[in-house]
Design a protein around this ligand. Sequence first.
Ligand code: SF4
Length: 396
Amino acid sequence: MRRDDDAVEVDEPLAVDAPAAPHDASGEQVTIRDLAGLAPPARPARRWTPRRVVAVPAAFDHPHGRRIVDRVEGLGFEVERLRANRVTGVRGDTDRETYARAKSTLAIVVSPASRRALRPIAPSADWRVDLAEGCPAHCQYCYLAGSLSGPPVTRVYADLDDILAGLADYVGRGTVTSRSAVRAGEGTTFEASCYTDPLAVEYLTGSWLRTVEHFGQWDAPVQLRWTTKYADVGSFVGVPHRGRTRVRFSVNAEAVSGRLEGGTAPVADRLEALRRLALDGYPVGLTVAPIMPVPDWRGEYGALLDRVRAAVVGVDGLDLTVELITHRFTPGSKEVLLGWYPRTRLEMDEESRRRKFGRFGAVKYVYPPALTAELRTWFERELAQTVPAARVLYWT
Ligand code: SF4
């Protein structure tokens, strides 16, 4: 993977790197100042606008695929009909060009068979269900790095109706939250944001709203879960969700979100969106991730918790959970991220980390035990004091 740096627009000393010619949620050119969050964003979050929308032939065999095409064309996009069931025309002359092209492409495809066989996703949910793969944002620590095969195109699935119909087979068979003494009451849980950010693409697909309504009508002990760094929740307010969907907002200290989460909505907007959904009766949550011991991390995260407290003031019947996830990386994700963001200042120093081995011997690098314990103790104490209504689901 190429790791040289092209010239980028710089109007302040760089804290971070960004992809060449990146686009924000509006599709407009974004400067490094925007991506680095060198000044607090003074504008409302804007939507991602793909530069290219393609659809494979098989997508038209599915009602939801046709719905997405109609919707996207109704929004004024031209949908390029591909001749074969593979997404082509994404590769550029350089890795960086390929990255930029992929990140600005929306592909309407059919989910691979491997995605339709659900797998547990600990510690979040019993099952992981994918409605899309890929994300248009530019987080420099992106969890998808090393998990996607090929360029990071955002692929949305046309076979949503089949995916939803297949969920019934998994009810009552969960082994993660269903076996947890404190979480079994949630019913069988389905996590629908592992490989994408739902609200980044919802206005183009309508997939998550259909899924929320599916769970609302489903007469079974089930819960839909997803997490987002966007704030465009208007279409979810007032629908018959019946409290079966927990929407979590991924939030972080300004030193992290402002510098490393290009193309996403400002944290203030995410918290406003959380409030709107909570007032509409949704169970809501915070995914505080990835937690990093940035300079003055207590002050930084303390300010975040103060904003959370303000966001939930006066919400009757508030059901608020918190998931706390520290930063980690693998050799594979580090290599991909350095290819995407060659000049990033995201700390990925193996020497300062502890090696942790997964079930199949895969290594990941986490913070050393003493630092992890310090962070954890602080978060649990401060959360209890600042947002006492919040229930911590897990720390990892
Ligand atoms: Fe990756 Fe999530 Fe950021 Fe999208 S929002 S770029 S999936 S970390």
